[in-house]
Design a protein around this ligand. Structure first.
Ligand SMILES: O=C(O)CCC(=O)C(=O)O
Length: 292
């Protein structure tokens, strides 16, 4: 049944999290990571870097034609009617403005889209792109199951910060599950428009307590005291491949242009699911001597 379309539905999904001030120094970075050029034919080439720092940054992973196709697909999806399973969410700052806008006018207020991969063959092809999947499966050491899909569109000026977090803290997966995230840049990304920032090696510490603050996140003071963030600016068509435990975050998009990205998460096929209670035992602050 199609009933969530922007044009027809009076009920718009607005991000419940309003952007809040944050210390700019959260995204101070020691270094800007230089990406490698292209996805390797032999995935073993990037393995030691991935295991050591928790991520690999890749420029020219995909062609300009592939990027154009993905942008066209996303544009078409954000202005058409969508099935119930698909989530189209607007930035909190859009509330009160977008209700009277046309779908096209609303484009620069879309925060994210979820559960849409099978709605366009170009997006589906990217989630299972052979060269990418070969790398992911090599890192997992198993056949991959893509279990989460998102487009993160960080609109000009209002695209909010995604505070520092570990992705595994959002997933009901058993302790020790290896999650591989892939984030594909559809625009050139850099600190001012909200490129990805990582804490290199942070995945090797295992789960870090998360708190409900500006989002479900690692405490700001924990990040600031470590003083080791790096920025990973990548051009459109590049991608980041990262461990589900490596802490990462993105600052607000303060520019007047878009910063659009696709993100897929993979686990070994057959990985069981756990419960939110079990996830909170791993990532929550309850019962630990921690505060934020
Ligand atoms: O694209 C972004 O701004 C952040 C994405 C991210 O880290 C996430 O959704 O887990």
């Amino acid at each position: 049944m199609l009933n969530v379309g922007m044009a027809s539905s009076p009920k718009l999904d607005i991000d419940p999290i309003a952007p809040d001030a944050y210390p700019e120094s959260l995204y101070d970075h020691h270094a800007s990571v230089t990406p490698i050029n292209g996805l390797p034919e032999d995935p073993a080439e990037i393995e030691s870097q991935y295991r050591e720092v928790g991520f690999v940054s890749v420029a020219n992973a995909f062609t300009p034609e592939q990027v154009e196709g993905l942008l066209d697909a996303l544009f078409k999806l954000t202005v058409r009617e969508l099935p119930d399973k698909t989530q189209l969410q607007f930035e909190a700052l859009a509330a009160g403005k977008i209700e009277s806008m046309s779908p096209e006018e609303r484009l620069d207020y879309v925060r994210k889209l979820m559960w849409f991969v099978d709605l366009d063959p170009r997006i589906e092809a990217m989630a299972y792109e052979p060269k990418l999947l070969r790398v992911v499966e090599h890192l997992l050491g198993a056949e991959a199951e893509m279990f989460q899909e998102m487009a993160l569109l960080k609109p000009p000026g209002i695209g909010r910060e995604k505070p520092w977090h570990q992705d595994h803290a959002y997933f009901n997966l058993p302790e020790g599950t290896h999650v591989v995230g892939v984030w594909i840049a559809l625009d050139d990304t850099y600190p001012a428009n909200g490129c990805m920032h990582f804490l290199p090696g942070g995945h090797r510490e295992g789960p870090i307590p998360h708190f409900n603050r500006r989002d479900w996140q690692i405490c700001d003071t924990e990040i600031l005291k470590r003083d080791q963030a790096v920025a990973t600016p990548i051009p459109a068509g590049g991608c980041l491949i990262f461990d589900g435990l490596v802490p990462h975050g993105t600052p607000q998009n303060t520019t007047n242009t878009r910063r659009r990205a696709l993100q897929f998460h993979y686990v070994a096929k057959g990985t069981p699911r756990t419960t939110t209670e079990e996830r909170m035992e791993l990532f929550g602050s309850e019962g630990r001597n921690v505060s934020c």
